[in-house]
Design a protein. Structure first.
Length: 290
């Protein structure tokens, strides 16, 4: 076996847990890249961060009731995510607190309440597992759930894709069209439900603190290289898959936590795009004539 094969392929050829981890990341990237693009275009990164932690209390309650069951934690996470989303809408609409204040409040409450609930029964190892995930220990049930979420996401996105594009770039036109076709009003709620479901799926592999990494970071990087919507989504998908493949290899050979390494590599590539990307980066600003 030559050195290239040893470092680039042997971990995936020799170990089933590495293949399952890579498959989980790829499937998460396929469903998460389009969602991340639209969240970024809507300038809702803070909302995304708050929602990624909103599922934590529900997951903690499910853990207290039935332990590390994929399906019970999924139900708990979905319930908590939807309730937090509804609460955020209510607070921002009917109180004087600003939207960013609402999400900061709910972010801190969700994270801390989840930690306290988990401490009632779980150990420090369980807490670390919930917060940072353990992608190398992903099982068949979690893979099945992630696959179901990806299929559902792509299926629904195929129907609401045009509406999402209009909502990002011409929301007034979308609202005008919704007055004639009320079903168009379902575009935004359907998108947010998909987002919460994908956060729960990503939690199975990356934990609540890392779940947003593969969804949002690649889409942030993509805007510095391409302008077209379809190409930006494709670029984000490619970046997420590359980060997953290289990050898992790097964590394997350096004996470091796999999920954080994958997200760290993705974030590093995103930062590089901010610095030297083709459009709107620091380098392009320096090169722009005065």
């Amino acid at each position: 076996m030559n050195i290239v094969t040893h470092y680039l392929l042997s971990p995936y050829l020799d170990y089933g847990f590495m293949r399952r981890a890579l498959l989980a990341c790829i499937v998460l990237a396929i469903s998460g890249a389009p969602l991340g693009f639209f969240m970024n275009q809507r300038r809702m990164a803070l909302v995304s961060d708050a929602m990624s932690h909103a599922i934590f209390p529900g997951v903690a309650v499910a853990f207290l009731v039935s332990g590390l069951s994929v399906w019970s934690m999924t139900a708990g996470g979905l319930t908590a995510g939807i309730l937090i989303a509804l609460l955020s809408v209510f607070l921002s609409r009917y109180t004087q607190i600003k939207e960013d204040g609402v999400f900061t409040l709910l972010f801190l409450l969700s994270l801390t309440s989840g930690i306290v609930l988990l401490s009632l029964k779980g150990s420090n190892i369980d807490l670390l597992h919930m917060l940072f995930g353990d992608i190398l220990a992903i099982d068949n049930d979690a893979l099945l759930f992630i696959g179901i979420v990806a299929v559902l996401t792509l299926f629904v996105l195929a129907f609401i894709y045009r509406g999402l594009v209009l909502d990002c770039f011409d929301p007034d036109f979308l609202m005008a069209a919704a007055s004639k076709r009320p079903i168009i009003r379902l575009v935004r709620p359907a998108f947010f439900v998909l987002f919460v479901i994908n956060l729960v799926a990503a939690f199975q592999a990356l934990g609540t603190l890392m779940a947003l990494g593969l969804i949002l970071l690649p889409s942030i990087a993509a805007q510095f290289w391409v302008r077209q919507v379809d190409r930006a989504i494709g670029f984000a998908l490619g970046l997420a898959i590359f980060s997953s493949y290289a990050g898992l290899l790097l964590s394997y050979f350096t004996n470091t936590p796999s999920g954080p390494v994958v997200v760290l590599l993705c974030g590093t590539l995103c930062l590089g795009s901010v610095l030297v990307g083709k459009h709107g980066s620091c380098l392009s600003a320096i090169r722009k004539p005065l």
